[in-house]
Write a protein that binds this ligand. Structure first.
Ligand code: NAD
Length: 411
């Protein structure tokens, strides 16, 4: 199954519950604009390398479109389309005044030099600068991109349009970024994990957690949950998984990754497991925080965790979602679980538009409020309608986007 089919499946399942007509479904599912540009650069060794850059702008009924930029070898138009639609529902679920978009380039950022990465990013912005902007479409970091990439975007966009820090979020704090933006997605994932544990009658201090992916989202989630006294027993990255039944020494793991360019390769104070084995560990909470499509009908039956928090975008395919639902596994969907990132991005955009620097305490306080209130709204809706948290989140998101579309009118 393709990523876009999974997203449309979840959309349609919720649309059935609210009797959405075929015409409105088609209107809400169809992306507003899709852009594909050539990104050609001269590599450090003088060779020419050509990539394709994508930007899909899905929906702007509720405000400027917003979504990350992914650099990963698996990126294609189909994946970007799916992620753009997810952003539309996500911004609506947490009720921030944005639509949804996403971008990406099929590239392994570990295999190009920093100078090449900068050239690729600037060339991409040359290709799309006239369709993005602070009131149109605002990129942000995602897999394979970080605050440095965002700084290059701001700088390159500024060459065409003048000083515009609000064109991109996730920038370095010294360059109009927001204190707390970097940790925000992980903090939000941590917040909804604690709320799910509490709603399920479990105590954080007695709960074990396994996290797949130790990049921006996975590492900050691990730190937040460790600080909240959960026992994080396994983490992983592209090099594989690291498991310790008694609980990992998280400060040690974080220090190791920091000294090893973010990678866990070679970490010794844990048992080595594969990424597939990590998903099947006997834990209370499983948090996929890397790639999409990791839980399928082949392995869903072997998942032992009673709670799954989707920190990554699209980690569970519909067939697996069905199996998990029938088994009573509580799944907190991506469009709620990882919405802390876009929420903090919204704060950064507000800060940039007001030219007024926010402090860390204010960011954390407002982020925790948005995540907690959104979680409670989705949980209550799922109880009211007797549907999964995923369907409840989609019902909430589709309802808000649908109402804005009708109020704005389409002619
Ligand atoms: P990142 O690039 O910082 O980290 C990705 C992590 O995944 C790394 O540890 C990497 O080694 C690991 N990984 C890559 N391929 C893997 C594989 N085949 N098996 C296991 N691990 C693998 O990315 P990130 O920003 O942490 O994003 C992770 C996920 O969270 C993505 O699905 C992204 O869309 C989603 N997300 C990110 C944000 C954000 O603010 N960064 C916001 C919302 C959602």
């Amino acid at each position: 199954m393709k990523a876009i089919d999974a997203t449309e499946f979840y959309f349609n399942r919720a649309a059935d519950f609210i009797d959405l007509s075929e015409n409105v479904r088609r209107l809400l599912i169809t992306p507003k604009r899709e852009v594909q540009v050539q990104v050609a650069i001269e590599r450090d060794n003088g060779e020419i390398a050509t990539y394709i850059g994508y930007r899909v702008q899905h929906n702007d009924a509720r405000g400027p479109m917003k979504g990350g930029l992914r650099y990963h070898p698996d990126v294609d138009l189909d994946e970007v389309r799916s992620l753009a639609a997810l952003m539309t529902w996500k911004t609506a679920v947490v009720n921030i005044p944005y639509g949804g978009a996403k971008g990406g380039i099929a590239i392994d950022s570990a295999r190009v030099s920093p100078r090449e990465l900068e050239r690729i990013t600037r060339k991409f912005i040359d290709g799309i600068h006239d369709v993005i902007g602070p009131d149109t479409d605002i990129p942000a970091p995602d897999m394979g991109t970080n605050d440095k990439v965002m700084a290059w975007i701001m700088n390159q966009y500024g060459k065409y349009h003048g000083f515009s820090p609000a064109v991109v979020t996730g920038k370095p704090v010294e360059m109009h970024g927001l204190p707390g933006r970097e940790e925000a997605t992980g903090r939000g994932v941590g917040t909804v994990t604690l709320k799910t544990l509490s709603r399920s009658g479990r105590k954080a201090a007695q709960s074990t957690v396994a996290i797949q992916g130790f990049g921006n989202v996975g590492s900050h989630t691990a730190k937040f949950l460790g600080d909240a006294t959960c026992k994080v027993v396994a983490v992983s990255d592209v090099s594989g998984g690291y498991y310790r039944a008694a609980g990992l020494d998280l400060p040690g793991v974080l220090r190791y990754a920091l000294q090893n360019r973010g990678a866990l390769t070679g970490y010794k104070d844990a048992e080595h497991v594969t990424n597939e084995q990590l998903l099947e560990l006997e834990v209370d909470v499983l948090i996929p925080a890397a790639l999409g499509g990791v839980l399928t009908k082949e392995n869903a039956d072997r998942v032992k965790a009673p709670i799954i928090i989707e920190a990554a975008n699209g980690p569970i395919y519909p067939a697996a979602d069905d199996i998990l639902d029938k088994r009573g596994v509580v799944v907190v969907p991506d469009i709620l679980a990882n919405a802390g990132g876009v929420t903090a991005s919204y704060f950064e955009w507000v800060q940039n538009r007001q030219h007024y620097q926010w402090g860390m305490n204010r960011v954390r306080q407002e982020l925790d409020r948005v995540m907690s209130e959104s979680f409670e709204r989705v949980w209550e809706l799922s109880v009211e309608r007797k549907v999964s948290l995923r369907t409840a989140a989609y019902i909430l998101g589709i309802g808000r986007v649908g109402r804005a579309t009708i109020l704005g009118g389409i002619s």
